[in-house]
Each structure stands twice: as C-alpha cells, then as structure tokens.
Design a protein around this ligand. Structure first.
Ligand SMILES: Cc1cc2nc3c(=O)[nH]c(=O)nc-3n(C[C@H](O)[C@H](O)[C@H](O)COP(=O)(O)OP(=O)(O)OC[C@H]3O[C@@H](n4cnc5c(N)ncnc54)[C@H](O)[C@@H]3O)c2cc1C
Length: 345
C-alpha cells in the first residue's frame, strides 16, 4: 500500500451505504478505499445472473421519502441506471387479487438492480473478494487483516458498513461503545427463492396480464416479483423471485434451499385464484440472507443519528442505523460521509 495511505479512509462493505459514504468523501477530495468480501459491489442490492435470466434476491425496488435522497436519485435517473418499477403492483389474499394503489413512486435498477451500485462504484477504488477478518492498531493507525492474512493500511479511519452482527465482530476488540451499539441492532434473516419456467404463467382473471409484483397475506410468503418484466429484461422467460416472511425464515434458517423453494412455491400456488395452476418450473433455488433486515425498534432509532462513530477513528453505517430500506442505507452512509468530511475541514 502507498506510503500516504495513513490519510486514507477504509470502508468495509461496498453495499449502498458504504458506497454513499465513499462518494461523499471522494467528492471532498478525501482518499478512500472500499473492501468487500463479495465479487463486486452491491451487497443486498446485488443481482443474480443465471445463464438464462437475471434475478434480484435482495431489494426488488426502492422508494423515496427524503429530499436529499430524491436529489441523488435524480442523478441516477440522468445516468440511466434506474427506471420506474413496479408499475403494476397487486395484493393477494386467499386467492383474491386486488390492484395495489398508493402515491409512492417505486424505482428499480436497469437492466438490473446492481446497475445502481455499479454506477456509484464508478471511479472509486473497490477491493473485491476480500473479507476483512479483523482490525489491528489504534486511533489513526488502523490496519485491516483479510481472510488470507494480508494486511491493508494503515488507515486514519475505518468505516464499517456491514450488517451489525458482522460489524460487531470487527469493532468488539477495540471499542466497547460501538460494540454495544451493534448488539442493540437486530438483523433478521430472510429466505429468497427463485423459479424459472419455460412457459409463461397463466393469465389471472381480473389481473393485468403483465402484472409485475404481488404482496401476499400469507405466513410463509410476503412478496413475489416477475423478473422478466423489470426494465431491460424482455429477453428472458418467466422468472420469479419469492421473498419469504421474516418470522417464517427465522424458524427455518437451517432448512435446505430445496425445502424452502418448494414451500414458497406451494404458498404462491395457494395464493393464485381457484383453478389456476403454476406451470412446471425448469430451474429453482433459494438464497438465505442471514442479516436481511434490521429490526430498527430494537435500538437503532433510539439515538437520533443514522450512523455511529467514535474518537478511535472507527465508524458504523448501513441500514441498521436508520431503517430497513435502500433509502435508509444510502442516507446513513451519506450522512456519515458528510460528518467525516466536516471533521477533516
Ligand atoms: C430479501 C430482501 C429484500 C429487500 N427488499 C427491499 C425493497 O424492496 N426495497 C428497499 O428499499 N429495500 C429492500 N431491502 C433492503 C435493502 O436491500 C437494504 O436496506 C440495503 O441494500 C442495505 O445496504 P447496506 O449498504 O446497509 O448493506 P449491504 O448491502 O448488506 O452491504 C454490506 C456489504 O458489506 C460486505 N461485508 C460484510 N462483512 C464484510 C467483511 N468482513 N469484509 C468485507 N466485506 C464485508 C457485504 O458483502 C456487503 O456487500 C431488501 C433486503 C433484502 C435482504
């Protein structure tokens, strides 16, 4: 690592929160390097690419509440990496389907959700495939040690944007206050299944033929989306994402993916109007998100800050510090980045 690296900020996690923080630092001319254990940036906004289809198993869309995020999203729109979706959203309860109508604008990445995080990562230094196992050092002189035993640093500051249990493992040996903050934020798990079909789903009576997403009132399954109807994916065939309820996922955390996808497909079959049969799937799978969604009532919002930091130069951001949505994660990272820039001024 270069000798001037002691001025750098290291960010562990290149999901949307880590990237938002990095961009705020970068925009102010402060050097920053991101590390992620995955093959690329994205985290829970990444997309799964199969030979015949691209699917999202994490965030399906995002919405906007805050003006700061609205301004950012306008930039993404200009860059062409997002589009409105879903525009045909339904609710299903006991076989009865109703159009879901509200004033919320919903958007997704195009041609895949990860287009947003790829766009944000553009021009930033992202070290992928690098799981940070531990931190060494002290204030202003932090070293990152990865799974292979390689050292990175020294860094003046380390931002950890990983979900709170993973952040806890990194900060606990160095900072009792940040560790206690992590313990107060519970991240709940979620199973996400996917199913490809050679034939399209049959038409449903009274429902748009090209319905895009449905919320379900079922203890197993909460949301189903049709990936081929997301912007920029018209080439792929019928491809569903099936998101499980959190309590159901918690109770089945150690089940096999095969059992999970079978149960979620059965739940979806039961949510279809009477007499409608799902075609036979051609490929199936399921992904377990161990830390899918923060339970913000457990602690994160009690202190009115959407990030945490300490005098040691360690800081925490991510959805756990604000709320369970893409916007929350972005705002958390962005606000932390702004605070670090103000410190450096
Ligand atoms: C199934 C599901 C559905 C969702 N649906 C929606 C939705 O429809 N709308 C919405 O707004 N939000 C949704 N969300 C929530 C949204 O995806 C998240 O709030 C947001 O993406 C979190 O971003 P983040 O940057 O805080 O965390 P993450 O995206 O989890 O980023 C953390 C990063 O840290 C990396 N990391 C962790 N530990 C280490 C380590 N030791 N070393 C290196 N790297 C590490 C991970 O690889 C990851 O890339 C959904 C989430 C899930 C799981």
């Amino acid at each position: 690592m270069r000798s001037d690296s002691s001025r750098h900020t290291a960010i562990i996690g290149a999901g949307i929160a880590g990237l938002a923080c990095a961009r705020a630092l970068n925009a102010a001319g402060l050097p920053v390097i991101l590390f992620d254990k995955a093959r690329g940036p994205g985290g829970r906004m990444s997309s799964k690419r199969l030979p015949d289809a691209t699917l999202e198993l994490g965030a399906q869309f995002f919405s906007i509440k805050e003006a700061t995020f609205r301004r950012e999203v306008a930039e993404w729109r200009k860059a062409g990496c997002i589009a409105p979706w879903p525009t045909s959203l339904w609710s299903a309860d006991g076989g009865s389907w109703q159009r879901h109508e509200d004033d919320l604008e919903r958007l997704c990445g195009q041609p895949r959700m990860s287009a947003v995080t790829r766009h944000l990562a553009d021009g930033l230094e992202v070290v992928a495939d690098t799981r940070i196992e531990r931190l060494e050092g002290s204030a202003g002189e932090w070293q990152l040690v990865d799974l292979r035993g390689e050292r990175h640093g020294p860094f003046a500051r380390v931002v950890i944007s990983a979900p709170s249990p993973q952040a806890h493992a990194l900060v606990a040996p160095h900072d009792a206050t940040l560790a206690a903050a992590c313990e107060a934020v519970i991240q709940r798990p979620c199973w996400s299944a996917w199913a490809l079909f050679e034939a399209p789903l049959p038409a449903l009576p009274g429902v748009d033929d090209d319905w895009q997403a449905v919320r379900l009132n079922d203890p197993r399954l909460r949301f189903v989306t049709r990936n081929q109807l997301k912007p920029g994916r018209s080439e792929q065939g019928e491809s569903l994402s099936l998101l499980a309820n959190l309590a159901w996922s918690e109770a089945r955390l150690e089940d096999s993916p095969e059992t999970i996808v079978e149960a979620l497909l059965e739940a979806f079959q039961q949510a279809l109007p009477a007499g409608i049969q799902l075609p036979a799937p051609s490929a199936l799978g399921a992904h377990r998100w161990r830390y899918a969604q923060p339970d913000v009532f457990a602690g994160g919002t009690a202190v009115n800050l959407d990030y945490r930091r300490s005098a040691s130069g360690l800081a925490l951001c991510g959805d756990g510090w604000r709320g369970p949505r893409v916007e929350d994660a972005w705002l958390s990272g962005h606000h932390l980045g702004e605070a670090l820039v103000a410190d450096a001024a």
